[in-house]
Design a protein around this ligand. Structure first.
Ligand SMILES: CC(C)(COP(=O)(O)OP(=O)(O)OC[C@H]1O[C@@H](n2cnc3c(N)ncnc32)[C@H](O)[C@@H]1OP(=O)(O)O)[C@@H](O)C(=O)NCCC(=O)NCCS
Length: 182
């Protein structure tokens, strides 16, 4: 199998990224949405290519928020840190919204899976959030049935924080998964 490389996306990549998204996920977006992410958080919009062909992408945005779930105000299925630590961090962030990375979408073309492409895209996303955007954490939503993606996220330190009932248009629930960076 040929080697793949991961690089920042360019505007000219968007149509192919949209094709990969349509092939691999039921959650699809309009051109302007991709362009908005690229223009604003381009360091965290990554593509993987093999011999000039795009085989995967990851795109994210940064949000300023004091999200009660990310802060541990509501359910945490798998707890990290002490209860007191979470209360202190919750109170602090209620007064002070913080930048949080949101992994909006990640996908790899089916025939190129299980060769580390998704991992490299996720590593690049985490690095961009830590080094460029200086976010406190990264979060994402994932279908509760999407075992490959959940395993990938867990491998990189994401933990299930809560369930959003009926999040997807077909009624499936989502896990919100969070990786704390600070
Ligand atoms: C999730 C996805 C991006 C993973 O991409 P990938 O390139 O195959 O991932 P990698 O090869 O880097 O695998 C990394 C880890 O993910 C987990 N993983 C990946 N595919 C898996 C599978 N089919 N079953 C179980 N675990 C899996 C494993 O832990 C794997 O590590 P390992 O190979 O050491 O066991 C890919 O399956 C995909 O594009 N799925 C469709 C789109 C999608 O669901 N996106 C996520 C939306 S939230």
């Amino acid at each position: 199998m040929a080697e793949f490389t991961v690089r920042r996306a360019r505007e000219s990549d968007i149509p192919e990224v949209m094709r990969i998204n349509m092939e691999t996920l039921p959650e699809n977006y309009w051109y302007g949405f991709y362009k908005h992410l690229l223009d604003n958080w381009g360091e965290a919009f990554l593509v993987a290519e093999i011999e000039g062909k795009l085989v995967g992408y990851a795109m994210s945005r940064v949000e300023e928020q004091a999200d009660p779930v990310l802060l541990g105000l509501t359910v945490e299925l798998e707890e990290e840190g002490s209860f007191l630590k979470r209360i202190v961090s919750m109170l602090k962030s209620l007064t002070e919204p913080r930048p949080v990375g949101h992994l909006v979408s990640i996908a790899v073309r089916e025939q190129y899976r299980r060769m580390g492409v998704g991992s490299r895209l996720l590593e690049g996303t985490i690095r961009a959030m830590m080094d460029v955007y200086k976010t406190d954490s990264i979060y994402l939503e994932v279908r509760i049935s999407n075992i490959p993606a959940i395993r990938l996220y867990e491998k990189y330190g994401f933990r299930k924080a809560r369930i959003i009932k009926g999040y997807y248009s077909d009624g499936e629930d989502a896990y919100v998964m969070v990786k704390r960076l600070k």
